[in-house]
Design a binder for this molecule. Structure first.
Ligand SMILES: C[S@@+](CC[C@H](N)C(=O)[O-])C[C@H]1O[C@@H](n2cnc3c(N)ncnc32)[C@H](O)[C@@H]1O
Length: 347
């Protein structure tokens, strides 16, 4: 089985490098033979970086210094090309903990979007686990595949991406009651709960990541109404950075105040229905079928990517993956030196 690329040692051609320059400005480059980072502070040749250890300081033609580091997974997901909005690292960490994603687990994820969460899930399940990702839109799946390969250096053998709707595709991909964990990150997760209940193993976990309180309410009520799950739990995660300098030790002035909510529930054994679940499942549902129509991307404040922008992201993701292929020694896929890394070669 292919093991994950663990980038260490001196910088090599094809490596992605995060450069912190004057005034803390960040640039991400993919190292190329004749590559150059042009900014108004001067030119930094990639050859200045190649061969140096991770964490080195390099100098550009104007005498300005840059700290060169390989991006951590959390840095990579924040700077990689996006088709759809990503799960932020703080939420991915919480998903791994709340859904109890463990090494060797069989996990289903939908939609794969830009592949950010897929990278965290692959890391958590390890080579003995299996991740089945589903995505309705082919271009998003392309971006996700390229991002995962760029970061890991290969497309993992234990990962499949199926293009199509989860509800339609899931029964053909996994056996009933065979999946340990399901993660839903989509507009209308309640549409998938019945299909998810069929494939989850008794005691298995479903976790839904939703952007608005109205979606949170709808999915929690739906899960409850099936009578197939223990009582759902809901929460959100806020991470507040701190400024720590001398006596000035205080919270940062700015923070990402909202990303999404998590709703988690555990699958009951067939026929099992604890008294509180029975009572709640029998209650009149709070949402009628007609209400589903009101959950549109616009209604929940989703800004959808335009086709033109999406094509651009696909191209960016494919350029980045060609760098990863060079690093992995696959020179057949080498890119020409004038193909600048669209994520930040030019200031
Ligand atoms: C917010 S994005 C997912 C982002 C992803 N988790 C990440 O971290 O990069 C939501 C995705 O779900 C997909 N989607 C929505 N409903 C779906 C369904 N029923 N089956 C499969 N994919 C679906 C959308 O096309 C979209 O790409």
């Amino acid at each position: 089985m292919t093991t994950d690329l663990r980038p260490s040692g001196p910088f090599r051609l094809g490596d992605r490098v995060q450069l912190t320059g004057p005034k803390g400005r960040l640039h991400t480059v993919t190292l190329r033979e004749n590559g150059e980072l042009h900014t108004h502070h001067g030119v930094l040749r990639h050859t200045e970086i190649i061969g140096k250890p991770d964490g080195s300081v390099v100098t550009n033609s104007g005498g300005h210094e840059y700290l060169a580091l390989r991006p951590l997974l959390r840095d990579f997901v924040m700077s990689m090309p996006r088709g759809a909005a990503i799960v932020y690292p703080k939420d991915a960490a919480q998903i791994v903990a709340s859904a109890d994603i463990f090494p060797g687990a069989t996990v289903v994820e939908a939609g794969v979007g830009s592949g950010a969460l897929a990278l965290w899930l692959l890391r958590a399940i390890g080579p003995a686990g299996r991740l089945h990702s589903f995505e309705r839109r082919e271009e998003f799946a392309d971006v996700a595949r390229a991002n995962v390969e760029t970061f890991l250096g290969h497309e993992p053998e234990n990962w499949t991406v199926v293009v199509g709707d989860l509800v339609e595709e899931l029964p053909g991909q996994v056996a009933p009651a065979s999946v340990d964990r399901v993660v839903l990150d989509m507009l209308a997760p309640w549409e998938c709960i019945d299909a998810v209940a069929d494939v989850l193993t008794p005691g298995g976990v479903v976790i839904c990541y939703v952007a608005t309180a109205t979606q949170l309410s709808r999915v929690a009520e739906y899960v409850r109404g099936t009578g197939l799950f223990a009582e759902p739990e809901a929460n959100e995660t806020m991470v507040r950075g701190w400024h720590v300098e001398g006596l000035a030790v205080r919270p940062d002035h700015r923070m990402v105040a909202h990303t999404g909510f998590l709703v988690t529930a555990r699958r009951l054994a067939p026929g099992a229905m604890p008294p509180d679940v029975r009572k709640r499942a029998l209650k009149k549902p709070s949402y009628a079928d007609d209400d589903v129509e009101i959950w549109t991307p616009g209604a929940v404040g989703d800004r959808e990517i335009t086709d033109k922008n999406l094509r651009k992201r696909v191209r960016e993701a494919q350029r980045a993956v060609s760098g990863a292929r060079i690093a992995a020694g696959d020179t057949a896929d080498a890119v020409t030196s004038d193909e600048a890394d669209a994520t930040g070669d030019v200031d």
